[in-house]
Write a protein that binds this ligand. Structure first.
Ligand code: AMP
Ligand code: ZN
Ligand code: FE
Ligand code: FE
Length: 290
């Protein structure tokens, strides 16, 4: 039983459609896949409709949050949310606010690039990006324009946090986000909490504080975590009795990682399903003709 609980589609900044992600999951031999686009549930219905037989879909999302850094200053933190009720009003409104922040900030980034003479058309970037626009969208435009050789290279310099074209967006305070997910019947899991390549780390002490807000788990196995990071996170999870996950964080061709490259233990997955009350896991069945 192979379980991958963190993937992105064209509903946010992945390059495969939601249908493509669930078909890819079947091809990769996964039994369970979670679709976790940034700040949106827009890909859910297409993924359900296209779900191949033998694959279970966990409907999820990766929420943009602001945590407390090791240095005490605010830091970007991602929160995975699984099996929450998408009709919960407060949570739906917050997702919409986050997408608006994405749109305003990404247009500002693209316009700054154009103003400085880079061969970038802000309207084209925004049109290609859709409602959950992220930095991988201008990154691809920069690759296509020949400014950089790869999406990775675009992030290393121009787009990285604090980099030349970086513009801030106002994300959800982490404790509030954890409470919103819980109130919508979902299970929250901190995404890649020690991904230091992205910038400063969050204060690991904040993880314990979030338990009172309803935090469910931590993503331990991830391509941005080294062996030492995983050891630290396993220790924290054991101390706090948190769920431990591992996942690919698949983004199609925007990243080199493949579906199922990192996976979650079935017992840990069972804990997520048992704690959720928002929506059910959907299982793909053979469509019988006639
Ligand atoms: P944003 O959500 O607009 O702040 O952009 C962050 C997104 O870019 C996250 O989904 C990351 O997975 C992705 N990302 C960050 N660094 C890289 C990189 N070096 N290459 C490709 N994608 C990246
Ligand atoms: Zn992403
Ligand atoms: Fe993330
Ligand atoms: Fe992600």
């Amino acid at each position: 039983m192979r379980i991958d609980l963190h993937t992105h589609s064209t509903a946010s900044d992945g390059t495969d459609s939601p249908a493509g992600v669930v078909r890819g999951a079947a091809e990769a031999g996964l039994s369970v896949v979670a679709l976790t686009d940034h700040d949106t549930t827009a890909g859910w219905s297409e993924a359900v409709a296209a779900l191949p037989a033998g694959v279970a879909l966990v409907r999820g999302m990766e929420m943009s949050c602001t945590g407390r850094g090791e240095d005490g200053r605010p830091v970007a933190v991602h929160l995975l949310a699984y099996l929450f009720d998408p009709t919960n009003d407060a949570f739906a409104r917050e997702r919409e606010r986050l997408r608006d922040e994405r749109t305003v900030r990404l247009r500002a980034m693209a316009e700054r690039m154009a103003a400085e003479g880079l061969p970038i058309d802000p309207d084209a970037v925004m049109a290609a990006a859709g409602p959950a626009a992220g930095r991988p969208h201008p990154a691809r435009a920069l690759v296509e324009a020949g400014v950089v050789g790869s999406v990775n290279e675009a992030f290393a310099d121009l787009l990285r946090t604090g980099g030349r074209y970086y513009v801030h967006k106002e994300d959800t305070p982490l404790p509030e986000a954890v409470r919103m997910v819980a109130e919508a019947g979902g299970v929250s899991v901190l995404a890649h909490p020690r991904a230091s390549s992205r910038g400063r780390l969050m204060d690991m002490n904040q993880i314990g504080e979030l338990v009172a807000d309803g935090l469910g788990g931590v993503e331990v196995v991830h391509h941005d975590h080294g062996a030492a990071d995983q050891r630290i996170l396993r220790g924290i999870a054991a101390d706090l009795d948190l769920i431990v996950t591992g996942s690919s964080d698949f983004h199609g061709s925007n990243k080199s990682v493949v579906l199922g490259e990192f996976v979650t233990d079935p017992e840990q997955y069972d804990r997520i399903v048992a704690s959720a009350t928002g929506v059910d896991v959907v299982t793909g069945v053979d469509v019988v003709a006639g």
